[in-house]
Design a protein around this ligand. Structure first.
Ligand code: HEM
Length: 419
């Protein structure tokens, strides 16, 4: 699998289907592996004996220091929750969990998301017509939500969106180095540092205040001795960056899926109770985070392949979510899927006949912002459902960037039909 192949996004599911059956631990370069089976992905994401998220454990990391030895960028990368492990992970995650519980998000964020979506609705043709959904809605909403949650200055949203987009490139350099050239890395570094210094100034001004926003919350955790100042800035950046491109892809992919499956849109229009299940099915079907990395902490064997300590294992979230062992007709977009049993007869998720998707990962690193992303998708669906009888799309117009990490859309021209 050559990630630089521009035709890959168009045939990615076929490529993953083949690997899942013939080569479930697929070598993607020196000491790097891609897993495509659901059970393997779930097992490795949760495995804290054989695997770690400590990037120092990557073979050669300490020698090559890909983010720049001693640089601010390196400090930020090493402090990301996603890269922390053990006691450090528990401490930082524990200090930042409260605002992201389902109850907090429902109570504190719903009104904001509804207002922001309503403000974006004029970008969509009320009486129907064609529009680029990325440019109209999904490029802006996730960044706006976090801009407001962190009470950042509201001007210059475009610049913030660009900075956050470049940020994810810096993370890619570790996972798919062949996709990132030196210029892109330098731009990503500059974006990271720019954002960090802006957040630093804002956080210092917030300290000791009673703003009630997430940045003030983080400074309170610092002042209570639970977070270092570096943690404050790093967690703010991680929430902003992790919550933006991913949710943008979810919103876009969800609209694309409905446009391609008009019968599912008709079902949703007929039954409001399907909104929640539709969001879960969109998460499974779209899988915005294509794969998540783990580092082998010890030598071990998986399906006869020898993995060595220091190897990077990419847990393929997208192919796992399309595994036919677990999801009946996995390539079908079916918003009533949770009523279907698992084909292998194993028990489903609580309250569901079917299996739980792994779009938000699994184990202790399960996505912190899952309920915010779900909320945004739900409100967008509610509003589109009220307004439009159907959505249509020309085949093959969506443009997705190839990456092992976060899939992103450049654009999605769709036609909304009012009624
Ligand atoms: C559809 C949108 C989203 C998707 C698909 C997604 C996906 C994921 C996945 C798969 C992981 C697990 C990483 C791993 O196991 O290595 C993760 C972790 C994380 N996500 Fe999300 N995410 C989304 C939205 C958000 C939002 C809105 C936030 C904002 C706070 C966020 C913040 C994080 C953080 C901080 C982590 C690291 C958690 C930890 O390591 O303990 N994500 N996300």
């Amino acid at each position: 699998m050559d990630l630089r192949d521009p035709t890959l996004p168009g045939r990615i599911h076929r490529a993953f289907d083949e690997l899942r059956e013939t080569d479930p631990v697929h070598g993607i370069g020196d000491g790097r592996w891609l897993l495509t089976r659901y059970d393997d992905v779930v097992e490795i994401l949760k495995d804290r004996e054989r695997c770690t998220t400590d990037i120092h454990a990557v073979r050669g990391y300490d020698r090559t220091r890909p983010f720049g030895a001693g640089s601010d960028l390196e400090r930020v990368q090493e402090g990301l929750l996603i890269n922390l492990s053990g006691q450090d992970h528990r401490r930082v995650r524990g200090a930042f969990t409260r605002p992201f519980t389902r109850a907090s998000v429902e109570a504190q964020v719903t009104g904001l998301v509804e207002r922001l979506v309503d403000d974006l609705l004029p970008n969509l043709p009320e009486g129907g017509g064609e529009v680029d959904f990325v440019e109209a809605v999904s490029r802006w909403l996730p960044a706006q939500v976090f801009q407001r949650l962190f009470a950042m200055p509201e001007d210059d949203l475009e610049r913030l969106v660009d900075l956050l987009h470049q940020d994810t490139v810096a993370i890619d350099v570790l996972l798919s180095p062949e996709l990132v050239d030196a210029t892109q890395l330098a731009e990503a570094q500059a974006a990271f540092l720019q954002l960090r210094s802006e957040l630093d100034a804002l956080a210092r001004a917030r300290q000791g205040g009673d703003g009630g926003d997430l940045l003030t919350f983080l400074t309170e955790q610092h002042d209570a001795g639970r977070l270092t100042w570096d943690d404050v800035l790093t967690q703010a950046m991680e929430a902003l960056a992790a919550g933006t491109s991913t949710t943008m892809t979810l919103l876009t992919g969800m609209v694309e899926a409905f446009a391609e499956h008009p019968e599912q849109w008709a079902r949703l229009r007929a039954d409001e109770t399907l909104i929640g299940p539709a969001v879960e099915e969109a998460l499974r079907y779209v899988s915005p985070a294509l794969s998540m990395g783990r580092v082998a902490a010890v030598d071990f064997e998986l399906h006869g392949t020898q993995i060595r300590a220091g190897d990077v294992i990419q847990c393929g979230v997208l192919p796992a979510n399309r595994d036919p062992r677990v999801f009946d007709e996995p390539h079908a977009f079916d918003i009533t899927r949770s009523r279907r049993p698992r084909p292998d007869g194993a028990k489903g998720a609580p309250g569901q006949a079917g299996a739980a998707h792994v779009a938000f990962g699994g184990g202790v690193h399960t996505c912190l912002g899952a309920h915010v992303a779900r909320l945004e998708a739900r409100v967008v669906l509610e509003r589109l459902r009220e307004r439009y009888r159907s959505i249509s799309i020309e085949p093959g117009v969506a443009v997705l960037h190839p990456t092992l990490l976060i899939r992103t859309y450049a654009s999605l021209p769709v036609t909304f039909h009012a009624g």
